[in-house]
Design a protein around this ligand. Structure first.
Ligand SMILES: Nc1ncnc2c1ncn2[C@@H]1O[C@H](COP(=O)(O)OP(=O)(O)OP(=O)(O)O)[C@@H](O)[C@H]1O
Ligand SMILES: [Mg+2]
Length: 389
């Protein structure tokens, strides 16, 4: 029985309110939209996916990132229902979806080489899936108009596909997927074929679409910069295995494996031995007999052999042999300086430790240094990542 003060809402409004409440509670609970449970996929002797586990939350912009051939498309095709896993399970909105054909799933895919139908115009391309579902004509027309507006191509319905630019085609491919109101949008390198300017513009558009629609986006890319700027979370993949899952910051700043450290930007790598550590978890590694100050993970005991990764942009090079301000510094010799436009790359010879590379923003305030000059090299204690594997 309703409380006396409750005025029943008209049907439409009540539905809207329920949807809002459901959305709010699913956000609060971090509800899982897509769950990959131990999925392996073999093609003959090739293992495209090797026991992959992954939970993607509702409403997330989630990226699958990795080099060519690592299994990104295979994973996306399994979620969309275009490929069946060799073993493992796939849950969409909490229930196994493996038995469902693609069009029965709440997923829609924008394919890596997603050609539009050349003999249909833009509106017919977008309407295709709705016509398959036999929706009434006026409903289709309305949905097509809404989808065109979403991708900012209102008025393009009558155009032929070959009268569109590359970026416009990509947006139509997205409109064709969006028109089906998918709960999960699967995007397989949708910006891969675009030039840099258009790519950056389309990245913005995609973020805007995600905010406007609020569904789960699973986005495939092999471009780490793109994954970092676009995503709520990223799964980094290599050779069919998921190496790390985390926010862009976590994956970039705290790579879990050597592969991730290498793939996400440029790092100096050294094999090292833990020489000492103190109560604050800072310590000294020895690299080629030289001291390397760093923060250490709890399980890096004295005497243990580790890998240490230090990103190029975390390394400061200052001229001179003494008097560097703050923190410990290592003395070396500048080997090479390369102008890279927005930054300057320097290679410094650190004697028995080997070479260290530094990238410094091109602020226009640099002190000139020449090859052969004595320099000092510094980094913050927290900048290096010590890997035990
Ligand atoms: N239908 C298939 N038959 C045989 N091997 C396949 C098939 N599809 C994919 N593979 C293999 O599975 C592995 C993963 O392929 P996948 O297309 O998932 O890679 P990807 O990460 O999407 O690469 P790219 O960035 O180049 O698109 C590759 O070694 C590929 O050759
Ligand atoms: Mg692919």
């Amino acid at each position: 029985m309703a409380a006396a003060s409750t005025v029943p809402l008209p049907r439409g409004q009540a539905q809207e309110q329920r949807a809002r409440l459901a959305a709010a509670s699913s956000q609060a609970a971090g509800e899982i939209s897509v769950s990959i449970r131990g999925i392996t996929k073999s093609f003959g002797t090739t293992t495209a996916l090797d026991a992959a586990n992954l939970d993607i939350r509702r409403g997330e912009f989630f990226s699958l990132l990795g080099p060519s051939g690592c299994g990104k498309t295979t994973l996306l095709r399994i979620i969309g229902g275009f490929e069946t896993p060799t073993s493992g399970d796939l849950l969409i909105a909490g229930r196994s979806a493996l038995g469902d054909l693609p069009y029965r799933r709440r997923t829609n895919m924008v394919f890596q080489h997603g050609a539009l139908f050349p003999h249909l115009n833009v509106a017919q391309n977008i309407a295709f899936g709705l016509e398959m579902k036999r929706l009434p004509k006026p409903d289709i027309a309305k949905k097509v108009e809404e989808a065109l507006a979403l991708v900012r191509l209102t008025g393009y319905g009558d155009r032929k596909v070959d009268q569109l630019s590359g970026g416009q085609r990509q947006r139509i491919a997205m409109a064709r997927a969006l028109v089906n109101d998918p709960e999960v949008l699967l995007l397989d390198e949708p910006l891969g074929a675009l030039d840099l300017q258009l790519r950056l513009q389309m990245q913005e558009e995609l973020r805007r679409l995600h905010r406007a629609i609020g569904g789960t986006f699973i986005f495939v890319t092999h471009d780490q910069g793109e994954a970092i700027t676009m995503s709520d979370r990223i799964a980094v993949m290599n050779a069919g295995r998921i190496q790390q899952v985390g926010t862009p910051r976590e994956v970039y700043e705290r790579p879990a494996t050597k592969f991730v450290a290498e793939f996400m930007g440029h790092s100096n790598f050294y094999e090292a031995v833990v020489a000492s550590r103190d109560a604050t978890d800072s310590g000294i590694l020895t690299v080629g007999g030289q001291p390397f100050p760093t923060r250490l993970p709890a399980d890096a005991a004295v005497g243990r052999t580790v890998f240490v990764a230090l990103r190029y942009e975390k390394v400061d090079v200052v001229p001179g042999s003494t008097g560097a301000a703050g923190g410990p510094a290592l003395a070396g010799t500048l080997e090479e300086e390369t102008y890279m436009g927005s930054f300057v790359r320097r290679r410094v010879d650190l004697g028995s430790m080997g070479v260290i590379v530094s990238d410094a923003a091109n602020t226009g305030r640099q002190v000139a240094m020449r090859p052969g000059d004595p320099v000092q090299v510094r980094w913050e204690l927290d900048s290096a990542t010590v890997l035990l594997n």
